[in-house]
Design a protein around this ligand. Structure first.
Ligand SMILES: Nc1ncnc2c1ncn2[C@@H]1O[C@H](COP(=O)(O)OP(=O)(O)OP(=O)(O)O)[C@@H](O)[C@H]1O
Ligand SMILES: [Mg+2]
Length: 239
């Protein structure tokens, strides 16, 4: 069956994935601090809006709209007249964070979404453990009775539910950014759930950064780590 590919606009990356991410897919971009995840997210939305006139939403839980726009301006990406929304949610104040994000996506109907980051979204968990334990997702478990619900189980459930609800919101292609820090269980769950995984790394000894496509459903790709750099127009993936 033919399906559309959502090009990132980063030439070499698009070549690796047969022209772009499969439309409607969930892509995990994982990496430690400073591995260019946010720049990749901004570039993905900017190119989508500028070259393909596709609407985009940048979902941010930490960085403000001003800071993201400032970061984009360094590469000459002017979002002013483009159909891109920046949504900054305060995880400490928003009682139904997941509901808010999903509802905003349903309203604006973007073709491309960046969630920066899934790690921040999950860090809300300790703030409202009760809310999650009482979620219907655990009803079946409660009927069995007596099994304590661990933080691991909560994180897996929360990740699964968020990605499922985002998938149901519409056919948008979603880039979930994941920081390589805590929540190992959530990250693993996520890697299986999503359609694609792109890993961003720093090799300090060589002063280099790399990118590798670890997984991309519906796509014939290699999993060779390629050197990436930051040029005047954003991320460049070397051949
Ligand atoms: N104009 C530029 N030229 C070269 N490198 C740059 C430029 N602007 C930023 N960088 C590099 O990009 C890095 C920041 O990238 P980015 O914000 O995308 O990282 P990140 O992976 O999102 O990090 P975090 O997990 O902390 O949010 C900086 O540490 C810097 O090394
Ligand atoms: Mg970032």
């Amino acid at each position: 069956m033919a399906f559309k590919r959502v090009a990132t606009g980063i030439e070499e990356l698009d070549k690796i994935v047969e022209g772009g991410f499969p439309e409607g897919s969930a892509i995990l971009v994982k990496g430690s601090p400073g591995t260019l995840k946010t720049i990749l997210g901004l570039q993905f939305l900017y190119n989508g809006a500028k070259q393909y006139k596709e609407k985009g939403t940048y979902v941010s839980f930490t960085q403000s709209e001003e800071s993201l726009i400032q970061q984009a301006e360094m590469f000459g990406w002017d979002f002013k007249n483009l159909p891109v929304e920046f949504k900054n949610y305060d995880i400490t104040r928003e009682p139904d964070l997941e509901g808010m994000v999903v509802s905003d996506i349903k309203t604006f109907k973007p073709a491309r979404v960046v969630v920066d980051s899934l790690t921040s979204f999950l860090s809300k968990l300790p703030l409202s453990r009760e809310e999650f334990v009482n979620d219907q997702i655990f009803e079946a478990l409660k009927k069995v009775g007596g099994i304590p619900i661990s933080e691991d189980m909560l994180l897996r459930a929360l990740t699964t539910r968020f990605i499922r609800r985002m998938r149901e919101a519409d056919a948008s292609t979603v880039m979930y950014i994941y920081e390589e820090r805590t929540f190992e269980s959530a990250k693993e769950t996520c890697e299986y759930l999503v359609d694609g995984v792109v890993k961003m790394s720093k090799i300090e000894a060589l002063g280099k950064r790399t990118m590798v496509v670890e997984k991309m459903r519906l796509t014939k790709h290699d999993f060779l780590a390629r050197t990436i750099s930051v040029g005047p127009k954003g991320i460049v993936v070397e051949k």
